[in-house]
Design a protein around this ligand. Sequence first.
Ligand SMILES: *[C@@H]1O[C@H](CO)[C@@H](O)[C@H](O)[C@H]1NC(C)=O
Ligand SMILES: *[C@@H]1O[C@H](CO)[C@@H](O)[C@H](O)[C@H]1NC(C)=O
Length: 582
Amino acid sequence: MPIRTTATYIDIPYKAELQNSAATNSPNAGVFNYRPRRSLWRIWMRLSRYQRYLLLLIMIIIIALIYNLFGASSVVVSRSSGKAYDSYRRIEDRIERPDSYIKKAPRVEAAADIPPGSDLLVDESSLENKRLSAIRSACVHAWRGYKEFAWGHDHLLPISKKFDDWFGLGLTILDAIDTLFIMGLMDEYGEARNFVVEDLSFDKNRDVNFFETSIRVLGGLLGAHTVTKDKLFLEKARDIGNRLLPAFNSRSNIPFSDVNIGTGSAHGPNWAQDSTVSEVSSVQLEFRTLSRLTGDSIFEEKAFNVSKHLHHLPKENHLVPMFISTDTGRFGNDQTITLGARADSYYEYLLKQWIQTGKKIDFLKEDYLKAIQSVRDHLTRRSSPNGLLFVGELKNRRFSPKMDHLVCYLPGTLTLGHFEGGFPKWHLDMAIELIRTCVSMYSTTQTGLSPEIAHFNLAKNGEDDIIVKSNDAHNLLRPETVESLWYLHYFTRNETYRDWAWDIFQAFEEYAKIPSGGYTSIGNVLNKHFTRPRDKMESFFLGETLKYWYLIFASREIQDKFSPRAYIYNTEAHLLPIFNDA
Ligand SMILES: *[C@@H]1O[C@H](CO)[C@@H](O)[C@H](O)[C@H]1NC(C)=O
Ligand SMILES: *[C@@H]1O[C@H](CO)[C@@H](O)[C@H](O)[C@H]1NC(C)=O
């Protein structure tokens, strides 16, 4: 999974909260020592008549509020929802679709010609099957929460039982379709398909992020078509594909970051005219698939022209910076080289595009191999005292021992390159070392969950290999480590990777699961008593994280059926076909 711009997540000042947490953890904290000294009745008798009236009134109001919140009235909940920064979009949505937010998912029978994705629970008692059904239950739990409180909207806010709209396209549903199908959850799959048939409309005056919509919406629909062969999904994919095309109408044909899917006007983000390198270089699998399946070559041509253009740009040690100008088509002046946010999936799509086109387009392979060699030579170090291999960043050519959790996709990509591309053994060795580091980012915290960003200790005298700054201590239910464990387990058959995936799953069960439905991202992985839940379930939790877990524990038969040998996974974990010609 590539960049999720941190700008979307407004961090609350944490200082006051840290103090609170210190207070609650202290055995002397006042709250724990409080004992009621007087009976309620005596308190009541001491109140004046007005105080009693006031108290009664307050109680009635509280009861009414509770009734509204937990009772039948989902409308009230929806109306009061929303963070300031996108509430206006929600209002716009209600005007467009007055009843969409109260409508519950209608049920349909799954189409008869759909083969069940998994009939694999042969031996119910085996360890793998216990784990497998736990993961499937987790997916149902996530789906139910979304269905109950956020149906048709982009994201579930599981704690407040509300929803959040980013583009207003039902992102969680579109991301989940192929996952539900692969898990054999046919009722849920039917609900999702029915949403696409009845309620999904792209005909709205709305700015969307070009890249995120390409990988989640276009990618999700194409993934659904790939595993089900249902033409319906392809028709919808073509619709959104056409609406995304105007993004390429810049002076340089490098796509703008934002495009209005109703009016077709495209532009850069408010804060700059540049696009993000990983964004413009990680839509090619999707656009190529759309062209090959519809016979309309325009999508592939426009997107692949960007890859060719990037190939010819001068780079430093074959690595790319974070920004590219849509005006000049040149890289920006920023001096950060990273395998994390804003560059990550550029490297991933070099390899995956090469595989998707039958390993015939040499420049993709060569750029990938040179880049990986350069990552090894310039970006990797070992931490002290335990010598964990990690991938750092270069800032103005100076090494910074900072690694985003996003970088943890790399072991998976290296593994795929070794086994499917025949690349040297050291690629696999590096993957094996890096996955140990990524898993350590989880096991080092109290919750067993990884922070968003880790720093590594290079000083000889430090005690801990991994240092987490409090601003980086959040976890957004991201998939990358589980993704890499899937590739490593699939290709090496080493059971250790399954066990590690299970440990991570259990940590999410313990600290991210919300009883009324759904899972939440959390603000602080460092303190298990004070996780600061963020009240949001990202759509990629269903699209990616749950899918990878499921595949890791699935039977060999199911694994082979959906394997990275049979399909190429886009950067949102949607399965796309491999075409054996360039
Ligand atoms: C792709 O680039 C080639 C060469 O620059 C150009 O001739 C062609 O028109 C471009 N294709 C599209 C669809 O823009
Ligand atoms: C399995 O993987 C673990 C972790 O990478 C490693 O320590 C172990 O040696 C591997 N086992 C085999 C049989 O290769």
